[in-house]
Design a protein. Structure first.
Length: 324
Protein backbone atom coordinates (compact mmCIF):
# COMPACT_ATOMS: atom_id res chain seq x y z
CA UNK A 1 0.00 0.00 0.00
CA UNK A 2 1.25 3.46 -0.88
CA UNK A 3 0.68 5.67 2.16
CA UNK A 4 1.78 8.72 0.21
CA UNK A 5 -0.79 8.12 -2.51
CA UNK A 6 -3.54 7.52 0.04
CA UNK A 7 -2.59 10.67 1.94
CA UNK A 8 -2.79 12.81 -1.19
CA UNK A 9 -5.65 10.89 -2.74
CA UNK A 10 -5.82 9.30 -6.17
CA UNK A 11 -6.61 10.64 -9.59
CA UNK A 12 -8.92 7.70 -10.21
CA UNK A 13 -10.22 4.65 -8.42
CA UNK A 14 -11.18 1.77 -10.71
CA UNK A 15 -13.71 -0.58 -9.14
CA UNK A 16 -13.24 -4.00 -10.73
CA UNK A 17 -10.15 -5.96 -11.69
CA UNK A 18 -11.41 -7.79 -14.77
CA UNK A 19 -10.57 -7.01 -18.42
CA UNK A 20 -12.56 -3.75 -18.40
CA UNK A 21 -11.09 -2.46 -15.15
CA UNK A 22 -7.50 -3.42 -15.99
CA UNK A 23 -7.82 -1.92 -19.46
CA UNK A 24 -9.10 1.35 -17.97
CA UNK A 25 -6.25 1.34 -15.45
CA UNK A 26 -3.70 0.74 -18.21
CA UNK A 27 -4.85 3.78 -20.15
CA UNK A 28 -5.06 5.95 -17.07
CA UNK A 29 -1.47 4.91 -16.39
CA UNK A 30 -0.47 5.82 -19.94
CA UNK A 31 -1.59 9.36 -19.09
CA UNK A 32 0.40 9.19 -15.80
CA UNK A 33 -2.70 9.38 -13.63
CA UNK A 34 -2.37 7.94 -10.15
CA UNK A 35 -4.78 5.05 -10.22
CA UNK A 36 -6.00 2.57 -7.62
CA UNK A 37 -7.64 -0.68 -8.79
CA UNK A 38 -9.97 -2.39 -6.33
CA UNK A 39 -10.47 -6.05 -7.20
CA UNK A 40 -12.88 -8.28 -5.27
CA UNK A 41 -11.80 -11.28 -7.39
CA UNK A 42 -15.33 -12.07 -8.60
CA UNK A 43 -14.79 -12.02 -12.36
CA UNK A 44 -17.73 -13.50 -14.21
CA UNK A 45 -15.68 -16.03 -16.19
CA UNK A 46 -13.32 -17.13 -13.43
CA UNK A 47 -14.55 -20.77 -13.64
CA UNK A 48 -14.23 -20.99 -17.42
CA UNK A 49 -11.36 -23.08 -18.81
CA UNK A 50 -10.89 -21.19 -22.08
CA UNK A 51 -11.70 -17.74 -23.44
CA UNK A 52 -12.44 -17.68 -27.15
CA UNK A 53 -12.15 -15.12 -29.90
CA UNK A 54 -9.69 -12.79 -28.15
CA UNK A 55 -7.20 -11.74 -30.82
CA UNK A 56 -3.75 -13.29 -30.17
CA UNK A 57 -5.08 -15.15 -27.09
CA UNK A 58 -7.83 -17.36 -28.53
CA UNK A 59 -8.32 -20.34 -26.22
CA UNK A 60 -6.32 -18.89 -23.34
CA UNK A 61 -7.65 -19.34 -19.83
CA UNK A 62 -9.20 -16.29 -18.18
CA UNK A 63 -6.46 -16.59 -15.56
CA UNK A 64 -3.77 -16.37 -18.24
CA UNK A 65 -5.38 -13.30 -19.78
CA UNK A 66 -5.67 -11.57 -16.42
CA UNK A 67 -2.12 -12.55 -15.45
CA UNK A 68 -0.79 -10.98 -18.64
CA UNK A 69 -2.93 -7.89 -18.10
CA UNK A 70 -1.84 -7.55 -14.46
CA UNK A 71 1.82 -7.84 -15.45
CA UNK A 72 1.34 -4.96 -17.85
CA UNK A 73 -0.54 -2.81 -15.36
CA UNK A 74 1.99 -3.45 -12.61
CA UNK A 75 4.77 -2.10 -14.84
CA UNK A 76 3.33 1.38 -14.29
CA UNK A 77 4.50 2.90 -11.03
CA UNK A 78 1.47 5.18 -10.82
CA UNK A 79 -0.96 2.23 -10.50
CA UNK A 80 -1.68 0.20 -7.39
CA UNK A 81 -3.94 -2.84 -7.14
CA UNK A 82 -5.65 -4.06 -3.98
CA UNK A 83 -7.66 -7.24 -3.45
CA UNK A 84 -10.60 -5.71 -1.65
CA UNK A 85 -14.21 -4.77 -2.28
CA UNK A 86 -15.58 -1.27 -2.66
CA UNK A 87 -18.71 -1.11 -0.52
CA UNK A 88 -19.64 2.56 -0.84
CA UNK A 89 -18.97 5.64 -2.93
CA UNK A 90 -19.99 9.18 -2.09
CA UNK A 91 -19.02 12.69 -3.11
CA UNK A 92 -18.85 14.47 -6.44
CA UNK A 93 -16.46 15.15 -9.30
CA UNK A 94 -13.04 16.03 -7.96
CA UNK A 95 -13.73 14.63 -4.49
CA UNK A 96 -15.06 11.09 -4.21
CA UNK A 97 -14.65 8.90 -1.13
CA UNK A 98 -14.70 5.12 -1.64
CA UNK A 99 -15.37 2.91 1.35
CA UNK A 100 -13.64 -0.48 1.46
CA UNK A 101 -14.77 -3.80 2.92
CA UNK A 102 -11.91 -3.70 5.43
CA UNK A 103 -13.21 -0.43 6.84
CA UNK A 104 -10.70 1.75 5.01
CA UNK A 105 -11.51 4.75 2.83
CA UNK A 106 -9.74 6.22 -0.19
CA UNK A 107 -10.20 9.56 -1.92
CA UNK A 108 -10.19 10.10 -5.66
CA UNK A 109 -11.01 12.78 -8.20
CA UNK A 110 -12.68 10.27 -10.54
CA UNK A 111 -14.30 6.83 -10.32
CA UNK A 112 -14.44 4.13 -13.00
CA UNK A 113 -17.03 1.41 -12.40
CA UNK A 114 -16.14 -1.93 -14.02
CA UNK A 115 -18.26 -4.06 -11.73
CA UNK A 116 -19.68 -6.51 -14.28
CA UNK A 117 -22.74 -8.70 -13.87
CA UNK A 118 -23.83 -11.68 -11.77
CA UNK A 119 -25.29 -14.68 -13.59
CA UNK A 120 -28.22 -16.67 -12.23
CA UNK A 121 -27.14 -20.33 -12.38
CA UNK A 122 -29.13 -23.59 -12.38
CA UNK A 123 -29.72 -25.48 -9.15
CA UNK A 124 -28.63 -28.85 -10.46
CA UNK A 125 -26.36 -31.56 -9.08
CA UNK A 126 -22.92 -31.43 -10.71
CA UNK A 127 -23.21 -27.85 -11.94
CA UNK A 128 -20.08 -26.59 -10.19
CA UNK A 129 -18.07 -29.53 -11.50
CA UNK A 130 -19.09 -28.94 -15.12
CA UNK A 131 -19.44 -25.17 -15.30
CA UNK A 132 -16.77 -23.68 -17.54
CA UNK A 133 -15.79 -27.03 -19.08
CA UNK A 134 -18.93 -28.32 -20.80
CA UNK A 135 -21.67 -26.12 -19.33
CA UNK A 136 -21.77 -22.47 -20.42
CA UNK A 137 -24.01 -19.40 -20.58
CA UNK A 138 -22.82 -17.74 -23.82
CA UNK A 139 -23.42 -19.26 -27.29
CA UNK A 140 -21.22 -16.64 -28.95
CA UNK A 141 -18.33 -17.46 -26.61
CA UNK A 142 -18.55 -21.25 -26.53
CA UNK A 143 -20.97 -22.35 -29.26
CA UNK A 144 -18.15 -23.34 -31.64
CA UNK A 145 -17.10 -26.10 -29.25
CA UNK A 146 -20.67 -27.48 -29.39
CA UNK A 147 -20.30 -28.36 -33.08
CA UNK A 148 -21.74 -31.85 -33.68
CA UNK A 149 -22.83 -32.22 -30.03
CA UNK A 150 -26.16 -33.06 -28.47
CA UNK A 151 -26.93 -29.93 -26.48
CA UNK A 152 -29.38 -29.25 -23.65
CA UNK A 153 -30.49 -25.68 -22.95
CA UNK A 154 -31.70 -24.89 -19.42
CA UNK A 155 -34.19 -22.05 -19.05
CA UNK A 156 -37.86 -21.15 -19.27
CA UNK A 157 -38.24 -17.52 -20.38
CA UNK A 158 -39.43 -16.59 -23.86
CA UNK A 159 -35.85 -15.47 -24.56
CA UNK A 160 -34.73 -19.11 -24.40
CA UNK A 161 -36.32 -19.85 -27.78
CA UNK A 162 -33.98 -17.45 -29.58
CA UNK A 163 -31.09 -18.57 -27.38
CA UNK A 164 -31.63 -22.20 -28.46
CA UNK A 165 -32.17 -21.34 -32.12
CA UNK A 166 -28.85 -19.48 -32.14
CA UNK A 167 -27.09 -22.69 -31.09
CA UNK A 168 -28.21 -24.36 -34.34
CA UNK A 169 -25.15 -22.76 -35.91
CA UNK A 170 -23.24 -25.58 -34.22
CA UNK A 171 -25.24 -28.20 -32.30
CA UNK A 172 -26.28 -31.54 -33.80
CA UNK A 173 -29.45 -31.57 -31.70
CA UNK A 174 -31.07 -29.33 -29.10
CA UNK A 175 -33.46 -29.90 -26.21
CA UNK A 176 -34.84 -27.15 -23.98
CA UNK A 177 -35.53 -28.09 -20.34
CA UNK A 178 -37.48 -25.57 -18.28
CA UNK A 179 -36.49 -26.46 -14.71
CA UNK A 180 -39.96 -27.81 -14.11
CA UNK A 181 -41.55 -24.44 -14.87
CA UNK A 182 -44.01 -23.49 -17.54
CA UNK A 183 -42.30 -22.14 -20.65
CA UNK A 184 -43.04 -18.42 -20.87
CA UNK A 185 -42.95 -18.20 -24.65
CA UNK A 186 -46.07 -17.80 -26.81
CA UNK A 187 -47.33 -19.81 -29.78
CA UNK A 188 -44.78 -18.14 -32.05
CA UNK A 189 -41.91 -19.41 -29.89
CA UNK A 190 -43.41 -22.90 -29.70
CA UNK A 191 -43.78 -23.06 -33.49
CA UNK A 192 -40.23 -21.85 -34.10
CA UNK A 193 -38.76 -24.48 -31.78
CA UNK A 194 -40.86 -27.26 -33.27
CA UNK A 195 -40.10 -26.19 -36.85
CA UNK A 196 -36.39 -26.59 -36.20
CA UNK A 197 -36.61 -29.88 -34.37
CA UNK A 198 -35.94 -28.50 -30.89
CA UNK A 199 -37.78 -30.48 -28.23
CA UNK A 200 -39.27 -28.48 -25.35
CA UNK A 201 -39.59 -30.31 -22.04
CA UNK A 202 -41.35 -28.71 -19.08
CA UNK A 203 -39.37 -30.97 -16.76
CA UNK A 204 -36.73 -30.41 -14.12
CA UNK A 205 -33.04 -31.17 -14.74
CA UNK A 206 -31.74 -32.66 -11.49
CA UNK A 207 -28.22 -33.90 -12.32
CA UNK A 208 -25.40 -33.66 -14.82
CA UNK A 209 -23.92 -37.09 -15.48
CA UNK A 210 -20.23 -37.56 -16.29
CA UNK A 211 -16.88 -36.12 -15.29
CA UNK A 212 -15.82 -32.53 -15.85
CA UNK A 213 -15.19 -32.06 -19.55
CA UNK A 214 -16.89 -35.39 -20.31
CA UNK A 215 -20.60 -34.64 -19.86
CA UNK A 216 -22.72 -37.58 -21.04
CA UNK A 217 -26.28 -37.04 -19.89
CA UNK A 218 -28.74 -34.74 -18.18
CA UNK A 219 -30.98 -36.58 -15.73
CA UNK A 220 -34.54 -35.25 -15.43
CA UNK A 221 -36.84 -35.52 -12.42
CA UNK A 222 -39.19 -37.64 -14.49
CA UNK A 223 -36.41 -40.21 -14.80
CA UNK A 224 -35.69 -39.50 -18.44
CA UNK A 225 -32.04 -39.26 -19.43
CA UNK A 226 -31.03 -36.88 -22.21
CA UNK A 227 -27.96 -37.59 -24.29
CA UNK A 228 -25.85 -34.47 -23.82
CA UNK A 229 -22.23 -33.53 -24.45
CA UNK A 230 -22.66 -29.84 -23.76
CA UNK A 231 -25.24 -27.73 -21.92
CA UNK A 232 -26.04 -24.04 -21.93
CA UNK A 233 -28.18 -22.08 -19.51
CA UNK A 234 -30.06 -18.80 -19.78
CA UNK A 235 -31.63 -17.87 -16.46
CA UNK A 236 -30.81 -14.17 -16.56
CA UNK A 237 -28.13 -12.01 -15.02
CA UNK A 238 -28.00 -8.87 -12.93
CA UNK A 239 -25.64 -5.93 -13.55
CA UNK A 240 -23.73 -5.01 -10.39
CA UNK A 241 -24.96 -1.45 -9.93
CA UNK A 242 -25.42 -0.78 -6.16
CA UNK A 243 -22.52 1.70 -6.09
CA UNK A 244 -23.75 3.43 -9.21
CA UNK A 245 -27.27 3.63 -7.82
CA UNK A 246 -26.00 5.30 -4.66
CA UNK A 247 -24.28 7.89 -6.82
CA UNK A 248 -27.44 8.45 -8.86
CA UNK A 249 -26.15 7.12 -12.19
CA UNK A 250 -28.81 6.64 -14.84
CA UNK A 251 -29.56 3.09 -15.97
CA UNK A 252 -31.14 1.66 -19.10
CA UNK A 253 -34.48 -0.14 -19.07
CA UNK A 254 -32.53 -3.40 -18.71
CA UNK A 255 -30.61 -2.13 -15.69
CA UNK A 256 -27.24 -1.37 -17.30
CA UNK A 257 -25.35 1.86 -16.71
CA UNK A 258 -25.97 4.46 -19.39
CA UNK A 259 -22.71 5.85 -20.79
CA UNK A 260 -21.72 8.16 -23.62
CA UNK A 261 -19.06 7.60 -26.27
CA UNK A 262 -16.33 8.40 -23.73
CA UNK A 263 -17.59 6.00 -21.08
CA UNK A 264 -19.07 8.80 -18.96
CA UNK A 265 -22.14 8.06 -16.88
CA UNK A 266 -24.81 10.64 -16.12
CA UNK A 267 -22.89 11.63 -12.96
CA UNK A 268 -19.94 13.97 -13.55
CA UNK A 269 -16.64 12.30 -12.73
CA UNK A 270 -18.03 8.76 -12.84
CA UNK A 271 -17.17 6.46 -15.74
CA UNK A 272 -18.24 2.88 -16.46
CA UNK A 273 -17.03 0.07 -18.68
CA UNK A 274 -17.50 -3.61 -19.42
CA UNK A 275 -20.53 -5.83 -18.93
CA UNK A 276 -22.15 -3.37 -16.52
CA UNK A 277 -22.80 -1.17 -19.59
CA UNK A 278 -25.04 -2.02 -22.58
CA UNK A 279 -23.80 -4.03 -25.54
CA UNK A 280 -22.09 -7.30 -26.39
CA UNK A 281 -20.74 -9.12 -23.36
CA UNK A 282 -17.43 -10.42 -24.65
CA UNK A 283 -14.00 -10.18 -23.03
CA UNK A 284 -12.52 -8.26 -25.93
CA UNK A 285 -15.46 -5.83 -25.94
CA UNK A 286 -15.08 -5.29 -22.20
CA UNK A 287 -11.38 -4.50 -22.69
CA UNK A 288 -12.22 -2.05 -25.47
CA UNK A 289 -14.83 -0.32 -23.33
CA UNK A 290 -12.27 -0.13 -20.54
CA UNK A 291 -9.84 1.60 -22.89
CA UNK A 292 -12.50 4.10 -23.87
CA UNK A 293 -13.41 4.88 -20.27
CA UNK A 294 -9.77 5.01 -19.20
CA UNK A 295 -8.80 7.51 -21.89
CA UNK A 296 -11.93 9.57 -21.31
CA UNK A 297 -11.32 9.65 -17.58
CA UNK A 298 -7.64 10.52 -17.99
CA UNK A 299 -8.34 13.39 -20.35
CA UNK A 300 -11.03 14.81 -18.08
CA UNK A 301 -8.41 15.13 -15.34
CA UNK A 302 -6.60 17.81 -17.34
CA UNK A 303 -9.12 20.18 -15.83
CA UNK A 304 -8.03 19.21 -12.30
CA UNK A 305 -4.86 20.37 -10.50
CA UNK A 306 -2.26 17.59 -10.31
CA UNK A 307 -1.84 15.63 -7.11
CA UNK A 308 1.08 16.54 -4.81
CA UNK A 309 4.36 15.44 -6.41
CA UNK A 310 2.47 14.32 -9.50
CA UNK A 311 3.53 15.10 -13.08
CA UNK A 312 2.23 18.26 -14.66
CA UNK A 313 -0.76 17.98 -16.95
CA UNK A 314 -1.48 19.30 -20.39
CA UNK A 315 -4.17 21.96 -20.46
CA UNK A 316 -7.68 21.15 -21.52
CA UNK A 317 -7.40 21.51 -25.29
CA UNK A 318 -10.72 23.31 -25.74
CA UNK A 319 -9.98 25.79 -22.97
CA UNK A 320 -6.45 26.42 -24.29
CA UNK A 321 -7.71 27.11 -27.82
CA UNK A 322 -10.42 29.42 -26.52
CA UNK A 323 -7.86 31.34 -24.48
CA UNK A 324 -5.57 31.58 -27.50
Amino acid sequence: MSATADAGGWDAVVVGGGPAGLSAATWLARYRRRTLVLDAGEQRNRMVEATHGYLTMDGATPEAILTTAVTGVDAYSCVERRRTEAVSVEGSEGSFVVGLSDGGRVEAKRVVLATGVVDAVPDIEGFDEHYGADVFHCPSCDGYEAAGCHVVVLGWSAHVAGFALELLDWAASLTVVTDGRRFEGDDRHHRALAAHGIELLEDDAVALVGRRGELREVLLRSGRRLDCQMAFFSLGHQPRTPLAEKLGCERTADGYLSVDEHGRTSVSGVYAAGDVTPGLQLVQVAAAKGATAGVGCAMSLRQEPPLPNGPRRAPDVGDALDEG
